[in-house]
Ligand binder design. Structure first.
Ligand code: TXA
Ligand code: MG
Length: 352
């Protein structure tokens, strides 16, 4: 155990003193958790391979999962990237700073610890004022995965980071809730056609609008809801209780859920339901049920903002099972669906 300094900072206008202390820690090879507009990140200088290794240790992260490098401006890119494809400038102009990560061939000097030995490197410029100012003051490229224990939902509140990493890292900057709530879109620019590896706040539709129709490869997940490789790890973003995801016809889902919840709660089980505001009335006054709202069905950005916090709440109140209703899969809804699907570990019921 070490002493973790936990500092509350103003999200819109972060205090210079706190940022300078955090930047100094990074320059000396320490670990700092900081807010971004997506989720909190756990940062280390890319030029301190031992510190980067420590990120994997404190998170319990598998060594073959590469990190994202965070920059504060486009001009730093050539410090890290060996070749910048044409599309990158266009995408950066539209989406940086913001929740888009792009993958490039890396320069020799970027240590293998950052990229898990891959010849490519993932990069993004976050838009959160605390992240941007910290990166600017440190004058470092900062490798940062989400600041959670591996396998747990990513942190969208300072308290989530404290729960997972207190006593393990040098500093936590707590600026309250993050905005987007889900991790950035990861776009591979080293394949023939830009390919979405992870859906996020910058949607397929937004990318196509900039690069042209047919120029972006949708997440494979959209085409095929079954894991492609047997070795693929199923459960990410996972709460402790098993999560069952319901897709299909809304009315029929509600009927099936009501029946299932009545049966389970009558047997003494504690159940959590993640559903939309519109469905709240259907599930009122059910003893043993905790109803958590994902917001309005037509507003996936709200669902994104709430999701990880709700999954952690389910753990805190200690439920036996979680049922979740799938959002419509367009825009940011695709990313919300992706995280719920991963949290379910493939436990999906389609109700037609
Ligand atoms: O919004 C975010 O992206 C947050 C904040 C902190 O920036 N970070 C984040 O990092 O979610 P992490 O480590 O939890 O997720 C990084 C993802 C992983 O799925 C990783 O496999 C992928 O990016 N990735 C990183 N480098 C890669 C590379 N060179 N090739 C393919 N995938 C890569
Ligand atoms: Mg993560």
């Amino acid at each position: 155990m070490i002493t973790t300094e936990i500092i509350k900072v103003n999200a819109a206008a972060p205090e210079a003193e706190a940022l300078d202390r955090a930047a100094t820690i990074l320059r000396r090879g320490g670990l700092v958790a900081f807010p971004t507009e997506t989720v909190y990140g756990l940062g280390a200088s890319v030029y301190h391979p031992e510190s980067v290794k420590r990120i994997f240790t404190v998170k319990g992260r598998p060594g073959d999962n590469p990190l994202i490098v965070h920059l504060y401006q486009w001009e730093q890119l050539t410090e890290i990237v060996a070749a910048v494809p044409e599309q990158a400038a266009l995408l950066a102009k539209h989406f940086w700073p913001g929740p888009l990560t792009m993958i490039f061939p890396k320069k020799e000097k970027i240590p293998p610890e950052v990229t898990a030995g891959l010849p490519t490197v993932a990069i993004r410029v976050p838009s959160h004022p605390v992240a941007l100012e910290l990166l600017r003051r440190s004058q470092l490229p900062v490798a940062a995965p989400s600041a959670n224990l591996s396998g747990r939902p990513s942190p969208t509140r300072g308290g989530h980071v404290v729960a997972d990493l207190n006593g393990k890292i040098e500093m936590i900057l707590d600026a309250g809730p993050t905005g987007v709530g889900l991790e950035s879109t990861v776009l591979d620019l080293t394949s023939a056609r830009p390919r979405i590896l992870r859906p996020g706040g910058v949607t397929f539709e937004m990318l196509e609008a900039v690069l042209g129709a047919g120029e972006v490869e949708a997440p494979q997940f959209t085409k095929c809801d079954r894991p492609l490789a047997p070795g693929m790890k199923y459960r990410h973003y996972a709460p402790q209780a098993p999560l069952r995801l319901y897709t299909g016809d809304r009315e029929k889902i509600n009927c099936a859920l009501l029946e299932g919840i009545r049966r389970e709660t009558a047997a003494g089980k504690k159940i959590a339901l993640l559903a939309f505001e519109e469905d709240r009335n259907a599930f009122q006054d059910l003893p043993g049920l905790s109803y958590f709202s994902l917001g309005e069905r037509a507003n996936p950005a709200e669902s994104a903002e709430r999701l990880f916090n709700l999954l952690r709440l389910c753990d805190e109140i200690g439920v036996d099972a979680i049922y979740a209703v799938a959002p419509p899969r367009s825009g940011v809804g695709e990313a919300v669906f992706n995280r719920l699907w991963k949290a379910s570990g493939g436990n999906v019921e389609e109700i037609k």
